[in-house]
Design a protein around this ligand. Structure first.
Ligand code: F0G
Length: 472
């Protein structure tokens, strides 16, 4: 009946909008500093948006990590923090939430995602191992390499093409994976590193059919599948929207089913789980849990807090439940898509389809005249900040780092700038302002000269590298 009424109204007015299933209770002022100040701040920051003080930033789209607005329930949950060193009640709430929504048996909390990546990598990877995955993520691959492994990308080719409209660009290419297993041998592959959604590909999802087939393939060879669940709830939304048979399945049930095809997961709770800090590792194998628990006490904290305060674990436990609500997720992804569609309508090259957590600008196409070692995406991020104080993130050659064997730059096909949308933080008007700023920078694209790197850290260089305008 209600649905019928909606359909009739929809036909009458021609469109039906989504809106956030919340209203704003507290605000935090932001301001745009002047153009000359922005230029000085950017120079001081070595043209790296990671090095800008946040007070010099107007709209901060650096990351969706730890930048969510918590709900009133989560803030109330903070007051229920049990800060006992051992056996905090908030740990048991978190364990229950992970079991309920993700379905894994053993939970090891960590201070954030890379803490969990460290534990799983050290527990399962030995020198000479090969870890296939659906495109690398910076910290994930760094931990795999530090444990002695080598990452091999087995994502489908479509993922490396920003314009390819494939609905599940995060899928694993099972032929590539089979060929790799046949080449190196299953005993050298401790697990497949599967991420949903795929951050570096543009927030692109993995289909349920793909994870099912992956599970079957890995079972044939006795290889485990571990999931980077950082944005897996967002992945579940895309399955509901695009995959046959799931239109009427709640996101919570889709998430649970997807996880059931994997052996465990690591999590940056700072994303999907709607908190400012936190992470966890969750596994079904008792031996792996045991190893991780042995290590967590060395690197993170006791196995019932893993680097988080009791109150933080409570906020994660509540955030997990909120993150799988269908109306929340529709508005979340709806906002990202709103920005992406505005830009696409102006013919600004963006990664298509628009992904879950961010809109990715295709810097390679925007600055067609700049070679990749002039850092087109780094340049574009700098220009966007200069124009309007908007902070974005390079996801191209700087992020890709150097090949540990040859020492050369890795030259990724994707040279992108990520406009990452924090959860429940900005309004549609902010998205309009961002789109207009991108358009202004795009219109001046012919003038960009690129950058040169003047300081390069050894690990994860994108965080702290410094640049200056290209002078050649
Ligand atoms: N996995 C994925 C897919 C991520 O995006 C991140 C973090 C991590 C693991 C590591 O988690 O930061 O809590 O230690 N991504 C952030 C970003 C940094 O901006 O995309 P963490």
């Amino acid at each position: 009946m209600t649905q019928q009424l909606h359909q009739t109204m929809g036909q009458q007015y021609g469109r039906r909008s989504w809106a956030e299933p919340w209203k704003i209770k507290m605000v935090e002022p932001i301001r745009m500093i002047g153009g000359a100040q922005r230029a000085a701040a950017l120079e001081e920051a070595g043209y790296n948006t990671f090095l800008l003080p946040s007070e010099d930033v107007y709209i901060d789209l650096l990351t969706d990590s730890g930048t969510s607005a918590m709900s009133d329930r989560q803030w109330a949950g903070l007051m229920l923090g049990d800060e006992s060193y051992a056996g905090s009640r908030n740990f048991y709430h978190l364990e229950e939430a992970v079991r309920t929504y993700y379905g894994y048996t053993y939970l090891i909390p960590t201070h954030q995602g890379r803490g969990a990546e460290h534990l799983i990598s050290q527990a399962l990877i030995r020198p000479g191992h090969v870890i296939p995955g659906n495109m690398y993520f910076t910290t994930t691959r760094a931990h795999q390499e530090m444990a002695g492994g080598a990452f091999v990308d087995v994502i489908i080719d479509a993922a490396h093409d920003p314009a390819d409209p494939h609905p599940f660009k995060g899928n694993v290419d099972l032929d590539k994976l089979t060929a790799l297993i046949e080449r190196v041998g299953a005993d050298r592959i401790p697990y497949v590193s599967l991420a949903g959604t795929v951050n570096m590909a543009g927030g692109q999802p993995v289909s349920m059919a793909n994870v099912k087939a992956l599970r079957e393939l890995c079972d044939r060879y006795g290889i485990a599948v571990y999931l980077d669940a950082t944005r897996m709830a967002e992945n579940a939304f895309f399955i509901q929207e695009r995959e046959e048979g799931y239109a009427d399945t709640p996101i919570a049930a889709i998430l649970r089913e997807f996880c059931s095809y994997t052996d465990g997961a690591w999590m940056s709770a700072k994303k999907d789980n709607l908190v400012n800090i936190g992470g966890w590792l969750a596994v079904n194998d008792e031996d792996v849990a045991e190893q991780a628990r042995n290590m967590v006490v060395v690197y993170e904290g006791l196995h019932t807090y893993g680097g988080m305060a009791g109150r933080d674990m409570e906020a994660v436990a509540i955030g997990i439940g909120e993150s799988v609500e269908d109306d929340y997720m529709r508005a979340r992804i709806g906002q990202v898509r709103y920005l992406g569609d505005l830009l696409a309508d102006w013919d600004i090259p963006v990664v298509r389809p628009i992904g879950g957590h961010a809109v990715f600008l295709d810097a390679r196409r925007i600055y067609e005249h700049l070679p990749q070692d002039r850092f087109p995406a780094q340049t574009l991020a700098a220009q966007l900040y200069l124009d309007s104080g908007i902070r974005s993130m390079e996801r191209g050659i700087v992020s890709a780092g150097r090949d540990p064997e040859t020492g050369d730059h890795r030259y990724p096909k994707l040279e992108l700038v990520r406009l990452t949308i924090p959860r429940r933080v900005y309004t549609q008007a902010h998205m309009d302002v961002v789109a207009e700023a991108v358009k202004a920078v795009y219109d001046q694209r012919a003038e960009a000269r690129g950058l040169e790197m003047i300081y390069e850290p050894r690990q994860l260089r994108f965080f702290q590298a410094r640049f200056r305008p290209f002078s050649g």
